[in-house]
Design a protein around this ligand. Structure first.
Ligand SMILES: [Zn+2]
Length: 338
């Protein structure tokens, strides 16, 4: 089988690897009708996060169960399933509290940019859909595996309530789906921060009411202006840099909340600044497993179409071009067809 392997900065290869096999009684093998590239794959791709050696890439997945290990209760061959980027048992105390990405047995899921993959702890990790989705719904189902669930968590962590004024820092797929999530949660005003025409357009389609093109101090000043000097009730930080986090904290009104889901790279927070601002900050790896059953329902009912973030589709063999297009911001998110 040929699959995607990252060797180092900007060195993505599509090459022969051993076919995935059941290693533990709790594993499942799934066949992937589509796969994709995550914005967070760009951290190691750009060399910002070191690559320890050849790494199988891809942690967003949905597809058909082909084979399961011995100890299975719920997952069966033939089912269409979606899982999260961390495998979880869904039974430990942290899972029961709804934080499956902090599962006591959490295991990263790798190797999804391939025709087939192995999912550990599959009974706890995978959620089967009632029916097999039509082909045109599969990209939206795939988006639930990470970006949509992460955007949803950003909005939940930022405490978005009906009628709220929301600001979203970051116009990548997660930020855009944060806009969509805030819309679903009843936000009245959603300010999206973006400089890119096509991303601004999608943000509006997802429910953004205002666009701010300025960044940093100027971006904060613009949000203050739009909120009559008060600040936003909820701010979603979907980037992971110091500048983005600072912008988020400074754009929040006293008593408001920042939900942060951009994987932090060199971010430090000033305790005294947070103290005197009266701002809540909450985030982390999104507990996607908790949201999957509801989000699957929203996709089937055509209430959300998160697959709209895929604006480039390539054959899986051209995965390296998919990375380049996202790195150069020519594409929001690349969909790959094995
Ligand atoms: Zn657990």
């Amino acid at each position: 089988m040929e699959a995607t392997v990252l060797y180092g900065a900007r060195d993505v290869r599509f090459e022969d690897v051993p076919a995935p096999a059941i290693l533990d009684a709790t594993d499942a093998i799934i066949r992937l009708p589509f796969t994709c590239i995550c914005g967070s794959d760009l951290w190691p791709y750009r060399g910002i996060q070191p690559v320890p050696g050849p790494v199988p890439m891809g942690h967003e997945y949905c597809g058909f169960v082909e084979e399961v290990g011995r100890s299975f209760k719920s997952v069966k061959p033939g089912q269409f399933v979606i899982g999260s980027f961390f495998a979880s048992d869904n039974t430990c105390p942290h899972c029961r509290h709804g934080y499956q990405t902090s599962c006591q047995q959490k295991t990263p899921v790798l190797g999804g940019q391939a025709p087939r993959m192995r999912v550990p702890l599959a009974d706890g990790t995978l959620v089967a859909t009632r029916d097999v989705p039509q082909d045109d719904l599969i990209p939206s189902m795939l988006a639930l595996s990470d970006v949509m669930g992460t955007g949803w968590f950003a909005a939940e962590a930022a405490n978005v309530k009906p009628g709220a004024t929301v600001a979203v820092v970051g116009d990548g797929a997660v930020g855009l789906l944060g806009v969509l999530s805030a819309t679903q949660m009843g936000a009245e005003r959603i300010i999206a921060m973006s400089r890119h025409e096509s991303r601004q357009q999608l943000a509006r389609e997802f429910g953004a009411t205002d666009i701010v093109t300025e960044r940093g101090e100027e971006g904060v000043a613009r949000i203050m202006e739009l909120t009559r000097g008060v600040g936003a009730d909820s701010v979603l930080e979907c980037v992971g840099t110091q500048e983005a986090m600072q912008q988020a904290v400074q754009s929040t009104r006293p008593g408001g909340s920042v939900g942060y889901v951009g994987v932090p790279h060199g971010v430090t927070l000033d305790g005294a600044d947070l103290f005197f601002r009266h701002v809540r900050v909450f985030g982390g790896p999104a507990p996607v497993r908790r949201y999957l059953p509801d989000l699957i329902g929203l996709v089937f009912n055509a209430q959300i179409n998160p697959g709209r973030v895929f604006d480039l589709t390539l054959p899986l063999a051209q995965v390296a071009e998919g990375y380049r297009a996202m790195d150069e911001r020519r594409a929001i998110k690349t969909l790959l067809r094995p």
